[in-house]
Design a protein around this ligand. Structure first.
Ligand code: HEM
Ligand code: CU
Length: 537
């Protein structure tokens, strides 16, 4: 496995057509648009991370002595809104997906290149509108915009916030549409559906959810704005409305939305595990079927967010049962990754450390999901820090870790430069430790009854909160390190060969960085994916 063959830099590649503002802001090249998204989501990640650090700083003491109660509410609300819609949902699909899907299917670009650029501009406009909300008093309703707080009682910039999220939803829908049409119509010769890399399948599954679920969110947000501005009364019992209807509509989107955040990560991890274990993925067809099963079942469990909202017991039992069922295809993936590792020739390059971290953290996130899916346990745990820990294990511990693993794995392909391996391993381990230090104590706090979204708490909880806040500091270092050495590598990193990892896949059969249209000759696929043969026992 060669690390960097000096001087293997291609004469013409997609970045050699200029670095002017025009070359970037008017590009229709999916590879450049992927970078526009990478820069944008990184900006929002750090904004959202700053808000989270302020919250954690405040929670180092049991009394509200750092932030005003109003500002505290604004910070966790802003954190949730930005991290969900402006960082994690676009994270893997709009960056790695945008860059890799056309190359992985052997195409010159996505089906609709101009629509792709438009999607980024829509994302940017949505982001600016949400920043206006932050700068004009913030929003204090939580990321869930529950009524009647968001419609009748909050004096914060709710309409700006929902308007920003409303707009960015269209960027998600258009990106999903672009991926679906590309995967259906632009696969190169011989690339049948069951020869597709799992990364492509995962982005296909997530695109279906993006296109089907996001319009429901758009409608729900529109209703909040109309209720607030026009008093239409659809959620107000005094006007014949029903506040529970809002929760049904919001979670009918937002639970599938958590799959928009985790499904692409499944695809990344499959690519990393098979490459660094030097073995074909165990149960490739099972992996595809479990992806699609999760996609469908994900639409049938939204009621588990409403077990304590006055949902009928019968409905609660049905939603609880379906939530348990989702665990089966999710567990199947974890077992298949483990079976792929079994007797593999494993090397611990940084992307593999991220992939293994993912498996550990996703397992904790998944198993605690089963706990909160059970009616009896959730009556106690709902709206406590146990829930906060659970979704951070899945959305941050798993999804963000996979994003970083993928970013490191394909960095040589995207930039033509190698990152410093030792620093990357240090960062991956720091992140794993920092993450568990931050969020594991929150399981205990929640189990002991600490509610989420409260600025103050009983003194008994201080030690665990201080542990969590210090952990957040370590976690911040774990995220800052990659930012620094990846930027450093753009100028001083070793030049990357076409296939530094000896990996399988069409993206490794073109130069690093790729030429403007990805390949000089059309590709033909003749073998199944991940055909690693050197591991024949
Ligand atoms: C980078 C490290 C992160 C830290 C230290 C962190 C910390 C926190 C904390 C302490 C809260 C609870 C606030 C409270 O209820 O009082 C919170 C809430 C939340 N976090 Fe994070 N978080 C991080 C990353 C993320 C990411 C990447 C996401 C992605 C989706 C995310 C999504 C959320 C959501 C949705 C909430 C709920 C906000 C609300 O109650 O309205 N967080 N986070
Ligand atoms: Cu859910």
């Amino acid at each position: 496995m060669s690390t960097a063959a000096p001087g293997a830099w291609p004469r013409d590649h997609y970045l050699s057509s200029g670095w002017s503002l025009r070359a970037w802001l008017l590009t229709t090249d999916h590879k450049r648009i992927a970078w526009l998204y990478t820069a944008s989501i990184t900006f929002f990640f750090f904004l959202g991370g700053l808000a989270a650090l302020l919250v954690r700083l405040e929670l180092m003491t049991p009394v509200g002595d750092l932030l005003s109660a109003d500002f505290y509410n604004q910070m966790f609300s802003f954190h949730g809104i930005v991290m969900v819609w402006f960082f994690l949902i676009p994270s893997i699909p709009a960056t790695l997906g945008n860059f890799l899907i056309p190359i992985m299917v052997g195409a010159k670009d996505l089906a609709f290149p101009r629509l792709n650029l438009l999607s980024w501009y829509i994302y940017t406009v949505g982001g600016m509108v949400v920043l206006i909300a932050l700068l004009t008093g913030g929003v204090d309703t939580g990321w869930t915009f529950y009524v009647p707080l968001s419609t009748l009682f909050s004096n914060s910039a709710v309409v700006w916030a929902v308007a920003g999220v409303f707009v960015v939803g269209f960027s998600t829908i258009l990106t999903g549409l672009n991926f679906i049409v590309t995967i259906h119509t632009m696969r190169t010769r011989g690339l049948t559906w069951f020869r597709l890399p799992l990364f492509v399948w995962a982005n296909y599954a997530v695109s279906l959810v993006m296109v089907l679920a996001t319009p429901v969110l758009a409608m729900t947000l529109l209703l909040i704005a109309m209720e607030r501005l026009l008093g239409i009364g659809i959620f107000d019992p005094a006007l014949g409305g029903d506040p529970l209807l809002f929760q049904h509509l919001f979670w009918f989107y937002s639970h599938p939305a958590v799959y928009i955040m985790i499904l692409p990560a499944f695809g990344v991890v499959s690519e990393l595990i098979t490459c660094f274990a030097r073995k074909p993925v165990f149960g490739y067809h099972g992996m595809v079927i479990s992806l699609m099963t999760i996609t469908v079942l994900g639409f049938l469990v939204w009621g588990h967010h409403m077990f304590t909202s006055g949902l009928s017991l019968y409905a609660g039992i049905v939603f609880s049962l379906f939530s348990f069922l989702v665990a089966i295809p999710s567990a199947m993936k974890t077992f298949n990754w483990t079976a792929t590792l079994y007797k593999g020739r494993i090397t611990f390059h940084a992307p593999m450390i991220y992939a293994l971290s993912f498996i550990g953290l996703f397992t904790i996130g998944g198993l605690t999901g089963i706990i909160v899916a059970s009616l009896a346990a959730d009556v106690h745990l709902h709206d406590t820090y146990f829930v906060v820990a659970h979704f951070h294990y899945v959305m941050v511990g798993a999804a963000v870790t996979a994003y970083l693993g993928g970013l490191h794995f394909w960095w040589p392909k995207m930039t033509g430069r190698m990152y410093p391996e030792i620093w990357a391993r240090v960062a991956a381990v720091t992140l794993f430790i920092g993450f568990n230090l931050t969020f594991f104590p929150q399981f205990l706090l929640g189990y002991l009854g600490m509610p989420r979204r409260y600025q103050t708490y009983p003194e008994d909880f201080q030690i665990l909160n201080v542990m969590s806040s210090l952990g957040a500091g370590v976690l911040a270092v774990g995220y800052l390190l990659p930012m620094l050495y990846l930027l450093w590598s753009l100028r001083w990193g070793a030049k990357a060969p076409g296939n530094p990892w000896g990996a399988k896949g069409l993206e490794w059969e073109t130069s690093s960085p790729p030429p403007a249209h990805n390949f000089h000759q059309p590709k033909r696929v003749t073998e199944p994916p991940y055909a690693y043969h050197e591991y024949d026992d």
